[in-house]
Ligand binder design. Structure first.
Ligand code: BG6
Length: 515
């Protein structure tokens, strides 16, 4: 490729403001938030009137925090780091020592914000980022409100950013939404699903709606089925305590997998405006056929990994032997399901979803399999219909982000022979490898008061409504065969059967080699 199109066209700088980070000594701050802020800065997108307050209940000061984040965040910055710029970012940090449950912390925060506003011209804009455990969300939002910090005066904005998990079932998600909405207006609440920050997920909308050749065939007349796979090769790592209470279904389906499903199936919105897109996403999620309790056993598969020797020769321990996991745990580390959508566009088209830990590779992709061509023309030739594979389109979310299309071509030969061939678009070939944690766009959009990529309360609740019957049935009928797949394999046999009973198969992974 001789000339690469610029990755960033003319993008305006984000407005001034203060980002208040709660839980600033956690993983998120060092892995994602500071690297993302740095990347925004190197791209010239951070206002020079942007400041950061870190809130901690520790006895250190701004200088000590700067030293801490300097060492811990550096490895997650994916560009050659410019010492000057990085130092400039660190110098924007202010430090607030305080207990999250103590009203005095918020009083001092308010004073600090006033001082920063007058000395650094931050315009009164504020982004409160809760990088704290979910059981603190309600308390922090309520305290911010009580201290008057949620109130927006004039043109200024006050945004509350929270990350999943948004509850652990429908009732707790509703309760959390109610608490947050009592403190902030819904349009001030930015709920992050980091999948929506991935460039390739955003590209699905561009691919579908900016190309006139795509939409006419994006429906039940041409599409046989879709598959969404979110596979991870890692186990639960150090998160056994959280994961054992959560499981693959809660951890991945109502949020990330449904975000992918709604993006690939929604109707076109009439603008890219936050609510226009989110209305369409909410509409399609509401159109998913509810899974009735009696369908859970036939439409949903759960699995848990057992010990195994990987192809690399390494031994992977069983889930039940992971740290802070119960030795008789019934928590699933794998889930697969079949969904149908009650809409004109998707009538009769099955959507197969699967996600799991300790799979043979880390990859996320959406496979769109088109209907087989009728092939009447080949009836009398040597070719049989089953030798002509259907076309597939693969939206690769990670790794090797891009889009691949397979179609059939004639093999050069005197006899008619057909072979599937591939056309491939790879992001990095066209746009280069950009530094991205996925949080750059999310933080930038939040500062620009654009909620398109954030989850609305109703979307969260619809996701939980869908998985609730599964949780109930699984709770009532604990699994009797766990562990039921070996680490480093594609999950339990039942996941293959789920799709095979419809005469279909999961697309083999092209990038997998377990390590
Ligand atoms: C998180 C889940 O939301 O997403 C993790 O809690 C999972 O369990 C992660 O590993 C996957 O995200 P990604 O971006 O690595 O695919």
């Amino acid at each position: 490729m001789s000339v690469l199109p610029s990755r960033k066209a003319e993008v305006p700088q984000a407005p001034p403001g203060v980002m208040v980070i709660f839980g600033a000594s956690g993983d998120l701050a060092k892995r994602k938030l500071f690297p993302a802020l740095y990347h925004l800065m190197t791209d010239g997108l951070l206002s020079k009137h942007f400041r950061i307050i870190v809130v901690e209940r520790r006895d250190r000061d701004a200088a000590a925090y700067r030293d801490y984040i300097d060492t811990t965040a550096r490895p997650f910055i994916s560009k050659d780091i410019s010492a000057d710029l990085w130092q400039e970012l660190l110098q924007r940090i202010h430090y607030l020592n305080g207990d999250l449950n103590d009203a005095d912390t918020y009083k001092r925060m308010s004073t600090m914000l006033d001082e920063i506003e007058s000395s650094h011209h931050t315009g009164g804009n504020c982004l409160f980022y809760l990088a704290t455990p979910p059981d603190t969300f309600g308390e922090i939002a309520t305290q911010l409100h009580a201290a008057g910090l949620a109130t927006e005066h004039g043109d200024q904005w006050r945004h509350l950013v929270v990350e999943k998990p948004f509850g652990r079932d429908l009732a707790s998600a509703r309760a959390l939404n109610n608490t947050l909405q009592a403190a902030f207006h819904e349009d001030q609440i930015y709920r992050i699903d980091h999948y929506l920050g991935k460039e390739t997920v955003q590209n699905i909308l561009m691919y579908r709606f900016a190309n006139s050749t795509v939409e006419p065939i994006w429906n039940h007349r041409y599409i046989d089925h879709m598959q969404i796979t979110v596979a991870e090769s890692i186990g639960v790592e150090s998160r056994g305590g959280y994961y054992d209470q959560t499981g693959a279904l809660r951890d991945m389906v109502p949020n990330h997998l449904l975000a992918l499903l709604s993006t690939v199936t929604m109707e076109p919105a009439n603008s890219l405006d936050g609510n226009a897109v989110r209305d369409e996403q909410a509409k399609i999620l509401r159109a998913i056929q509810p899974i009735l309790p009696e369908q859970v056993l036939t439409q949903v598969v759960r699995g848990q990994y057992g010990e195994s020797t990987l192809t690399s020769g390494k031994t992977a321990i069983a889930y039940r032997d992971e740290e802070r996991v119960a030795p008789d745990s019934a928590t699933e580390t794998f889930v697969a399901m079949k969904l149908l959508i009650d809409s004109w566009r998707w009538a009769g088209v099955p959507f197969y979803l699967r996600t799991g830990k300790r799979m043979p590779g880390r990859y996320t992709e959406i496979v769109v399999q088109f209907k087989q061509a009728p092939n009447m023309m080949f009836r009398d030739s040597l070719l049989r219909r089953e030798q002509v594979p259907p076309n597939t389109l693969v939206l690769r979310i990670q790794p090797n982000e891009g889009i691949g299309m397979s179609f059939n071509a004639k093999v050069p030969s005197p006899i008619p022979q057909i072979s599937p061939v591939e056309m491939d678009f790879s992001y990095s070939d066209y746009f280069g490898d950009g530094p991205t944690t996925g949080y750059e766009t999310l933080l930038y959009e939040c500062m620009n008061s654009d909620p398109t990529l954030f989850k609305r309360a109703d979307v969260i609740e619809t996701g939980w409504e869908l998985v609730e019957p599964i949780l109930d049935v699984w709770h009532a009928l604990p699994p009797r065969n766990f562990p039921n797949y070996a680490a480093g394999t594609w999950g339990p046999r039942a996941a293959e059967d789920l799709i095979a009973q419809d005469g279909r198969a999961w697309r083999p992974c092209k990038v997998c080699s377990i390590d």
